[in-house]
Structure formats: C-alpha cells, structure tokens
Design a protein around this ligand. Structure first.
Ligand SMILES: C[S@@+](CC[C@H](N)C(=O)[O-])C[C@H]1O[C@@H](n2cnc3c(N)ncnc32)[C@H](O)[C@@H]1O
Length: 377
C-alpha cells in the first residue's frame, strides 16, 4: 500500500560514514569488509550468469527471496558495497556521460518497445502504479501520472520543469490534460532528445505546438534563465550523488510559492544502497537513497508531505518490462550493442530479474519508491 507519512527524522546526516570516530570503529570496519565480501560473491554469480551460466528464473528468484529479507532486516549496511554509496559526492551526478553510453543512449529500438510506446504514454522509465487495480503497463503508468498531478497540485497555466525528462512522457500526458500548462524538459540523453524533437514536429503530439521546451544537457552544468511554478523529477535521483546540493539547485529554480515533487527508488533502511553489478553494467554510480535522506538533506526546501509506495508496484513494472524484453528478442537481437548480443541479453535479463525481485522482498515493505512534496522554507 502507498501511505502518506508526515513524520520526519531529525538526523541531519545522509550517511552512516559521517564521523571519523565511527569510521575507525571495529563494527564499521567489520561491516565494510563483509560488504566487500558479499559484493565479490554477487559479482561472481552475476558474471557467471552473464558469461553463459544462465540459471532458470525460478532458481534466481528463490535465491533472492532467501537472502534479501535477511539483508534488509538484519544487515542493511551490507547493501552498500562501496564507501562512496554512504557519502554525498562532490558533483550533483557522477559518471553522467558514461551512464548515457551504458544505459540511456542504447538502441532505442530495444528500450522503447520494452518500456511501451503508445499515442499518449511515451516510453516511461519509472514505476507504474498497480495497487489501484491497473491490469497492464500502460494503465499503471497513467495511474502513476494521475497521482503526480494530484500530489503536485498541478493547475492550468503552470510552467513546469521536468528534471530528467526521459522521452517526454510525463510532459505529454500532463499537457494532454491541461491546455495551458507549459513544460521545460531537461535530459542528457541524445537519443531520447531525438525522440522528443521528432514528437515536437508531429502535430498529433502535445510536445508540438510550442508548449514544450527541450534542453539537452547535463544537470551538473545546466543554467536556467527563468524560475518555475512547479518542478518534478521522476526516477532520476538514483543518479544523484549529492542530495544537499541538488535540492539547493531545485530550490533556486522555484518561484516563490512553488512546489517540487521528487519520485525516487528508496529503501526503508538506515543507509543508502547500491549493487556492484548495476554500478558496473547498468547504472554507473547508481545509488538508492534511504527513505529519510530527502528530509535530512533539505536546507532551503522543506518536505511538506512524503509517501512510501510499496515495492510491489515496481516489482510488477519490472516484470512487465522483462516480459516485453523477452517478447521482442527476434527484432532486438539484430541491433548493435557494441558486444555479443547473447551477452547483452543476459546482462539485461540479470538486471531486470535482480531489480524486479528485490522490490518484491518482504512484500515490498523495504524496497520501494519514495515520493516527496517540497516547498521553500
Ligand atoms: C530512469 S530515467 C526517468 C525518465 C523519466 N523521468 C521517466 O519517468 O520516464 C532517468 C532520466 O534522467 C536522465 N539523466 C540521468 N542523468 C542525467 C544528467 N546528468 N543530466 C541530465 N539528465 C540525466 C536520463 O537520461 C533519463 O532520461
């Protein structure tokens, strides 16, 4: 279940590695050593799978369901394989260009059918909301976007910044509902920007007609000349290395009285988490912030509301993506991934199975999505 939660922790740190005393303690060092050992074991299994030892999905899921509850409940520190996961980095987002190469600029003829591409719902690479009865991927994404409209209290005439706008799905859907809403979308992925540029020339798309402005650029460097009524960022904060600075940046881009909505992958454990496999093959420097991290890192913004969205919603979304990925093998195997296709397929199957199963751990109560509504202090 999704629930609204207005209790905020007073802990002002995102990390468990914040003090040198703590870092020198025996228990900290022991946890770091065990995390490294676990990471090495997981990488061995992942690379075995990638190199051809492809176990049945049922065995994969069984192993995940046996181990993940223990880690989430009793040893969450082991879910942070590297020290950088526990600390805010110097830049807003690390390895941005590498991330585009490894992930977002992959052949769109593979990504788009996997994510789904419909007349109003363009490829959307974030959680669909299933818990209210959606029975397919498209309906789950519509349910998710209807909720965003409600949570961010979007009104006609708003000028909205979509910080990490993907293929323009969120803008297209929301502009289909409001005739005077305007959007500015920021994205570093050249391939996704090409998709949006094409839609901006297509009279059937709400991205055409002058209400959508596209900025192809890196969130680390981009400067805006105007401020916005609303800002939303969906599925992007797993690429953010410094929450304090990014929230400060969003605050500086918000008009007085404006609102920010952040939707991110989260875990209800004391520390951020990551995985050696996803860092190497899927999301370089990707990390999943713990549920209190946003309220803890606010300086200029305050968290007005927040909601934990049960992980079963993302579990079902990943299951739908995996099904669609498998169903499209005949066409996607012909594309150029810069490596042997069989290996690429196993990397992606491992990713979709790993993430999908992790979200189902303990019925979705630990690993899910966090949604936050923020305003100026
Ligand atoms: C998981 S996708 C989510 C996209 C979209 N918000 C959605 O829900 O479909 C993350 C998006 O953030 C963009 N992104 C990641 N790092 C970025 C950076 N450093 N600068 C700009 N965009 C970035 C990616 O290209 C991608 O479009």
């Amino acid at each position: 279940m999704t629930y609204k939660d207005t209790s905020h922790s007073n802990n002002s740190s995102v990390s468990i590695a914040s003090s040198s005393n703590l870092k020198n303690s025996f228990s900290y060092k022991a946890t770091r050593s065990m995390a490294s050992a676990l990471d090495a074991t997981q990488m061995l299994m992942a690379e075995g799978y990638i190199n051809g030892f492809e176990i049945p999905d049922s065995v994969f899921k069984l192993m995940m369901h046996a181990s993940m509850p223990l880690l989430f409940k009793h040893a969450p520190g082991l879910l942070a394989p590297y020290e950088w996961v526990l600390e805010e980095s110097d830049r807003l987002a690390d390895s941005a260009r590498e991330l585009m190469q490894v992930q977002y600029d992959l052949p769109q003829a593979m990504l788009n059918p996997m994510l789904g591409d419909w007349p109003i719902i363009y490829p959307k690479y974030s959680m669909g909301l299933w818990e209210n009865g959606a029975t397919d991927l498209q309906a789950s994404q519509i349910a998710m976007l209807d909720r965003v409209i409600e949570q961010l209290e979007i009104v006609d005439g708003d000028h909205i910044l979509d910080f990490g706008c993907g293929w323009g799905c969120v803008a297209n859907y929301i502009m289909s509902k409001f005739t005077n809403v305007r959007f500015t979308g920021l994205n570093l992925s050249h391939e996704q920007c090409e998709y949006m540029r094409h839609k901006m020339q297509d009279s059937h798309s709400y991205l055409s007609g002058g209400r959508f402005t596209l900025l192809e650029g890196d969130l680390n460097e981009v400067e805006f000349t105007e401020k916005f009524d609303k800002i939303l960022s969906i599925g992007v904060f797993c690429h953010i290395g410094n929450l304090t600075d990014v929230l400060q940046k969003l605050s500086s881009l918000l008009k007085s009285g404006g609102k920010v909505f952040v939707h991110l992958i989260t875990a209800r454990i004391p520390n951020p988490m990551s995985s050696g496999f996803t860092h190497k093959y899927i999301f370089p420097h990707g990390r999943y912030w713990h549920y209190d991290a946003i309220p803890n890192c606010n300086r200029d913004l305050k968290t007005v509301d927040r909601w934990y969205v049960n992980g079963m919603n993302y579990h079902k979304t990943f299951a739908a993506w995996l099904q669609r990925f498998d169903d499209n093998q005949a066409s996607v195997k012909l594309l150029d991934y810069g490596m042997d296709y069989a290996k690429f397929r196993r990397i992606w199957r491992f990713y979709l199975l790993l993430m999908g199963t992790a979200f189902a751990t303990c019925d979705g109560e630990y690993n899910g999505n966090g949604q936050y509504l923020l305003t100026h202090r």
